[in-house]
Write a protein that binds this ligand. Structure first.
Ligand code: 5GP
Length: 188
């Protein structure tokens, strides 16, 4: 059986990666599996452990770092986020194309370890629109929002390291473009 692709979908926090993902993840022709990350961030309203993230304590997370369990991990605005290596390999070996929806530092680590990974950067239509989207979540205090915005501005400079960049002007259109890119790479 052909090993599945490793797909990195990255971009600033609040750009709409999750919305885009929800619009193509169930397309069976793409044979996708979403890699569930581990994080020390507290669950938001409606987030379920083992579905959206594996929620962990700082101690549990650091134990996994010490045991080399992560394909990549990064600290983002005061919390750890990481991709579990075994989960990704198990899915890829079963022929699934594995989607990592991760921030830029982690994406860089994956690109270095797996140069064949298909990397896609999601761009916001503008920084003003990104700020509006982050604020509309109403889940964080002013300091955290400002940290996310500052980080986003720095992250945008890294777009040229990715194989593709897709602007999220219209989520459905962005999702269709990402799906097309994945299909094209499945044929290779
Ligand atoms: P949020 O707190 O909004 O769920 O996520 C914050 C940022 O962390 C987002 O850009 C999200 O894509 C990213 N993220 C989620 N899971 C991972 C992961 O496993 N590794 C890394 N490096 N970033 C992640």
């Amino acid at each position: 059986m052909k090993k599945g692709l490793l797909i990195i979908m990255s971009g600033p926090s609040g750009v709409g990666k999750g919305t885009i993902r929800d619009l193509f993840i169930d397309d069976e022709s793409l044979k996708l599996a979403f890699s569930i990350s581990m994080t020390t961030r507290k669950p938001r309203n409606g987030e379920i452990d083992g579905v959206h993230y594996y929620f962990a304590t700082k101690e549990q997370f650091e134990k996994n770092i010490a045991e080399n369990k992560f394909l990549e991990h990064a600290e983002f605005v005061g919390n750890y986020y990481g991709t579990l290596y075994d989960e990704v390999e198990r899915l890829r070996n079963s022929g699934k194309n594995v989607l990592l929806e991760i921030e830029i530092e982690g994406a860089k680590q994956v690109m270095e370890k797996c140069p064949d990974a298909l990397s896609i950067f999601i761009l916001p239509p503008s920084l003003e629109e990104l700020e509006r989207r982050i604020r509309s979540r109403q889940s964080e205090d002013e300091e955290t929002i400002n940290l996310r915005l500052l980080k986003a501005q720095k992250e945008m400079n890294l777009v040229l390291h990715y194989k593709y960049a897709v602007c999220n002007n219209h989520p459905k259109l962005a999702a269709d473009i990402v799906a097309l890119i994945i299909k094209r790479h499945m044929e290779e």
